[in-house]
Design a binder for this molecule. Structure first.
Ligand SMILES: *[C@@H]1O[C@H](CO)[C@@H](O)[C@H](O)[C@H]1NC(C)=O
Ligand SMILES: *[C@@H]1O[C@H](CO)[C@@H](O)[C@H](O)[C@H]1NC(C)=O
Ligand SMILES: *[C@@H]1O[C@H](CO)[C@@H](O)[C@H](O)[C@H]1NC(C)=O
Ligand SMILES: *[C@@H]1O[C@H](CO)[C@@H](O)[C@H](O)[C@H]1NC(C)=O
Length: 234
């Protein structure tokens, strides 16, 4: 078992005690890193993002549980607003929905089908890893999610040793333009992120703030380009 997983699991025993109100001058990332993992280091912030993202993707895999169920983004039997949702085909290479590189031209660089579960699928995620290697599509997708959410949640140690900077495309519209996500699919995705956070004791006021940010980033194709990750541009 990786060392930091053991550290995490013992620290997570404190889940139930994360109830106090987060001070306005401490970011969501810093606050919950301290609450769950004690020391607000870059490595612990990255571990927090790993726990949050992996749990949102595959469902709850850590103990203890505070009773919040997380079905997971990869669950083929998702439900949002009484509508069945299955995001799995976007990830397992069944849909032709992925940008080919960073050139966005339907004629010269049409979307491709890509397997994002080529790094061992759920098993490494359950060990708090992004993938079973560092070269798979899965590795790049998961680490980009840790980094992107790290910026969104205000991690103070982002882009320092232990918390690598975002290496992906800045615009979420660009990244997802070929997926044609419908409102239920977007709603399901964001709900899984929120449930994952709730399963670690994140307060609903903080979850709502993040969910609102995600809705505005993912839902409006015609909204002006908005820079979440400054160095990556729009
Ligand atoms: C946040 O504000 C409190 C006072 O309200 C102050 O004691 C604390 O040092 C501040 N923390 C940071 C990280 O600025
Ligand atoms: C749920 O679906 C109903 C009917 O299709 C729609 O009017 C409503 O806006 C949806 N709610 C959410 C939160 O997406
Ligand atoms: C992606 O685009 C490059 C050219 O930019 C092309 O050579 C390559 O075959 C494309 N990949 C797929 C899977 O179509
Ligand atoms: C990682 O998992 C994939 C299946 O998703 C497998 O083909 C590959 O051999 C594994 N790599 C390592 C290094 O275990």
């Amino acid at each position: 078992m990786p060392r930091n997983l053991i550290v995490c699991l013992s620290a997570l025993a404190t889940i139930a005690s994360v109830v106090a109100q987060r001070p306005a001058n401490i970011s969501i990332c810093d606050y919950y890193t301290t609450a769950l993992l004690t020391d607000d280091t870059a490595a612990n912030q990255y571990t927090l993002l790993t726990l949050l993202v992996n749990t949102a993707v595959i469902g709850k895999y850590t103990e203890p549980s505070n009773g919040v169920l997380v079905p997971g983004i990869l669950n083929p039997n998702g439900v949002y607003n009484d509508t069945a949702v299955n995001l799995l085909p976007y990830f397992n290479g069944c849909d032709i929905s992925t940008n080919n590189g960073t050139v966005f031209n339907l004629i010269t660089n049409p979307p491709i089908s890509q397997n994002f579960l080529d790094g061992g699928g759920a098993v490494p995620l359950m060990h708090n890893l992004p993938a079973n290697d560092t070269t798979s599509n899965q590795y790049f997708l998961l680490t980009h999610l840790y980094q992107y959410f790290g910026v969104l949640l205000g991690c103070s140690k982002y882009n320092t040793a232990g918390f690598p900077a975002y290496g992906g495309v800045g615009s979420m519209y660009r990244v997802h333009q070929y997926m044609a996500l419908d409102p239920d699919e977007i709603g399901y995705f964001i709900t899984q992120v929120g449930l994952s956070a709730a399963s670690f004791g994140v307060a609903s006021s903080d979850i709502n703030a993040v969910a609102n940010a995600l809705f505005s980033l993912f839902s409006y194709k015609c909204s002006p380009p908005f820079t979440v990750v400054p160095a990556q541009g729009k």
